[in-house]
Design a protein around this ligand. Sequence first.
Ligand SMILES: Cc1ncc(C[n+]2csc(CCOP(=O)(O)OP(=O)(O)O)c2C)c(N)n1
Ligand SMILES: [Mg+2]
Length: 667
Amino acid sequence: MNVPAPHAAVSHAAMANAIRFLAVDAVEKAKSGHPGMPMGMAGVATVLFSKHLKFDPEAAHWPDRDRFVLSAGHGSMLLYALLYLTGYPDMTIEEIKRFRQLGSRTAGHPEYGHTSGVETTSGPLGQGLATSVGMAIAEQALAARYPGLVDHHTYVIAGDGCLMEGVSHEAIDLAGHLRLKKLIVLWDDNRITIDGSTELSTDLDQRARFAAAGWHTIAVDGYDPAQVDAAIVEAKRQNRPTLIACRTVIGFGAPNKQGTEATHGAPLGAAEVEAARAKLGWTAAPFEIPEDILAAWRAAGTRSRAARLAWEGRLVAHADRARFEGAISGDLPADFADRMAAYKADLVAKAPNVASRKASEMALEIVNAAVETTLGGSADLTHSNLTITKGLQSLTAGDFSGRYVRYGIREFGMSTAMNGIALHGGFIPYGGTFFVFSDYARGAMRLSALMGVRVIYVLTHDSIGLGEDGPTHQPVEHFAMLRATPNLHVFRPCDAVETAECWELALGSRNTPSALLLSRQNLPTLRMSSETNESARGAYVLSADEGGRDVTLLATGSEVALAVDAAKVLRAAGKRVAVVSMPSWDLFEAQPAAYRAEVLGTAPRIAIEAGGRLGWDRWIGERGAFIGMKGFGASAPAPDLYRHFGITVDAIVETAKSFETAKTLAA
Ligand SMILES: Cc1ncc(C[n+]2csc(CCOP(=O)(O)OP(=O)(O)O)c2C)c(N)n1
Ligand SMILES: [Mg+2]
């Protein structure tokens, strides 16, 4: 029996028009926003959401749902309209009416965590596409581990802007290399950007570019639903990622403005909205969707419910259910803390003299053995970052059972991919590069922080201490850049014990990414105890003399050892000194004021860090001094550089004594 669904009479065009006018009317009401993209791509999105996308608005976090990424995030109303129409409970018509207003679920650009159905924050062009690569990596890696439980696609809508951004190159190259067959990109090929025609700034043959990176490519008329449908069917059959170039017209349906940049990022205006209604035959009032059309959309929203329920049945019966649920939960295993405690106690006993990058590798040996969900990698600096551990296999196009990603020389692409992996769930991604190249990764690091995802950046060669490679490789302003980023833990551990502590903190930070700043050069073990994770408080007194302080030395990472040595000299000269290790400003900032006051003390303070000064004045106060970098570094052996730039025990001692002189003069 083949009973037509009650909505069978509703045309594809009517369903697409529902998206168009929700977008148009919401932008009109907000008096700002981007109607052109949703109007142009509504037809393509209708095919995707009503025929292909596997999702269930009632179970938005169903692990085996398809992921949909709106990389052209300015077209946010396209996504919000789809979420409302398909029946996501938290996307009400009221939220659509509150588009772009404070506290609404409908922010100007899609923001992860504001509403279900938004799989990633997007808007910084190119990043959605590059993030989707991580989602597709995670899907294939999980599918390799849990056959029968993981089998979904990642769909992306990307615009000309996304494809013009440099990160798209890193992303498509990596995706092609790994033959991410579940990744399908729908390109809004409207040949318009903000300034006007794409002819103003590009002659690139995108299909040829994607093909060169190993993708399958198809071109369709974006207003022929049968073509779009057939293209998606064809894409799903490939053993590599697919680009579907959808020829569209920006602002489709606005008779006087369509095809022009005028529709990109401004309300159409009352007259043009009326003309568009007439042209497309849309008679409904703003924010009203005719019942039959809404019913057709709601039916599209329940399309995958049976599949979801069947999947839940399979999960219950699955032999590996507990392990799968553990991976998806993101929880650390119960014995993790004990294993780390034993490791740290051993470190205190052995007091190794190793670079903190090496200490990170040592910690990772424990971490990777204890936590099977870590997914490591490096942007081609594996043996410098020391990010691989014994037995870790690389992911390859043919085998996703491994736990290590060869990201290639693609710091930004690696970081966006790690965001995607974290967002997808099932893994805790970490990846390495040189600290100085956090510049390249910065756009993604910011989104890690904004979205609140657990991504761990392993940033080695963290100062002039790297030596001969010179100023191009020596971070200076990067310290301040990362510390200025909200919701990013910045850790600069001073020895192997602190490095282990910082790894524990990073892994335990479910909603905050972490950057571990690690030295190339060897560092002595300074910590003589490991019972308490001292790094958790951000800063703590490493050593202090009885009966008050004449000076407090604040230092991070490799410079803590200098402070310890200077303290010895000062103590020999009769001074009372406190040495404070500050592995994390942000965690220290979060401590109660009384604790901070106790650690900082009232004596004059000297901060020592082989980076730029910006931000240190917060901690050293009016009377304090800073010993660090005043400009770029230089190429020479590290000890020569420390001397050359005056970051020495002598300089600390002299500065401390100058405080004494100043005090005497003032008396
Ligand atoms: C990294 C980045 N640079 C610049 C912008 C500002 N911007 C938003 S949309 C846009 C043009 C995008 O063109 P396209 O992707 O073709 O979108 P369309 O105009 O076709 O909707 C620009 C430059 C941005 N959002 N992100
Ligand atoms: Mg465009």
